[in-house]
Ligand binder design. Structure first.
Ligand code: 3PG
Length: 368
């Protein structure tokens, strides 16, 4: 990979995915930032003027809890205090609306566009898809992180060692269900394990009750497409045998129910249960390649997630984790060393291995 020749006269707009989990202004896991260090070091060495730009979360207008000022100490502590850090790009609603005017206003101050924002390349945000088009071909480029992601994820996109098992849970089912349908159509996949919250849309599409678990009419429609595609392409979908549920609210008392018993109307599905985890452990052990994205429960639920990470760290399969939360959990559980590859992208990585052309790469003229 050839990085640009930059000099101290150059001014670089550096788009990153610095969407890290924040709690009261503290970074809970800096995996996505650490992954940028090779490119950041190169930029520092070049002497060019650098502005780092990222989104954090999905703010509606200005939201002080999602300010990039909370990232500033990280850059200072890692020796990058000379870089300017732009405020959260999504504080401007035009960032997610696709605005030529906004793109032009960013472009006028820079002569280079560089991106390592792998995690957001599947979105059409202004700084991801419109801004790079305003720079000549020889003045826009990917950085070392994206290059690294492409190299390691390429086998999953083109010909993973079978059986290829993909397990996808966590939030954003509206993004993930449709990529899973694309993945089914590639012909590279043998088994899909939809985990909470995705699994509840599939169950609802089959007419099962799922209590207060996250489901909408639109998600059910997407789930129907996934069910139909899986049947047409003979891809196995694994349905849980049991669930961990919370009664009343996400923080309510937890219990385990069998998938055969009626789902309580006032409960939310948090995770799959122990019987399912035993089954998944067997599936992971017999796989050739495993991709896992999303967590059960939340980033603090180590007990719920540990059995799956035990299985991932003891299989001979090539294992790939997608997204900051899964990687952070592997790190917390001391399993990171045993994972084949940790990707900084969640939805974007799923999109890439599903054969989708990522809009952020297309904008740079990179298609596969
Ligand atoms: C992510 O965390 O998946 C990326 O930063 C993209 O965020 P988004 O789903 O809010 O677009």
């Amino acid at each position: 990979m050839h990085l640009p020749h930059l000099s101290s006269n150059d001014r670089v707009f550096f788009r990153i995915d610095g969407n890290v989990p924040l709690e009261n202004g503290k970074i809970l896991n800096d995996f996505r930032l650490r992954a940028l260090i090779p490119t950041l070091s190169f930029l520092k060495e070049s002497g060019a003027a650098i502005m780092i730009a990222t989104h954090i979360g999905r703010p509606v207008g200005f939201d002080p809890a999602l300010s990039t000022k909370f990232l500033r100490p990280w850059f200072d502590n890692h020796g990058f205090s000379s870089f300017v850090l732009h405020e959260n790009l999504r504080f401007d609603p035009r960032e997610q609306q696709g605005s030529e005017e906004l793109a032009q206003s960013y472009a006028q101050d820079f002569n280079w566009y560089l991106t390592d924002a792998w995690g957001v390349l599947h979105r059409h945000d202004t700084s991801v898809t419109l801004l790079p088009r305003l720079f000549p071909k020889n003045r826009r480029s990917i950085g070392l992180l994206i290059d690294h992601e492409l190299e390691h994820l390429w086998p999953l996109r083109t010909g993973p060692q079978p059986p290829f098992v993909t397990m996808v849970g966590g939030g954003k089912p509206e993004t993930k269900l449709s990529y899973l349908t694309d993945l089914v159509k590639t012909g590279h996949i043998q088994t899909i394990v939809p985990l909470p919250a995705n699994i509840f849309s599939l169950l609802a599409a089959l007419g099962k009750s799922v209590g207060l678990s996250l489901v909408t009419d639109e998600l059910i429609e997407q789930a129907r497409k996934l069910l139909a595609a899986a049947q047409a392409h003979s891809v196995e979908l694994i349905f849980p045998k049991d669930f961990v549920i919370a009664t009343g609210s996400w923080d309510g008392p937890r219990s385990i129910i069998s998938a055969n018993e009626p789902f309580p109307a006032n409960a939310i599905g948090i995770s799959v249960g122990p019987e399912t985890l035993t089954q998944l452990t067997r599936i992971i052990a017999g796989a050739g390649t495993v991709f896992y994205n999303g967590l059960m429960g939340n980033i603090h639920d180590t007990v719920l997630n540990e059995p799956l990470f035990d299985a991932l760290s003891s299989t001979n399969a090539y294992t790939v984790l997608g997204g900051g939360d899964a990687v952070s959990m592997a790190e917390k559980l001391g399993k990171l060393e045993k994972i084949g590859f940790c990707s900084t992208g969640g939805g974007s990585t799923l999109a890439f291995i599903s054969g989708t052309e990522l809009p952020g790469l297309v904008a740079l003229g990179i298609t596969h």
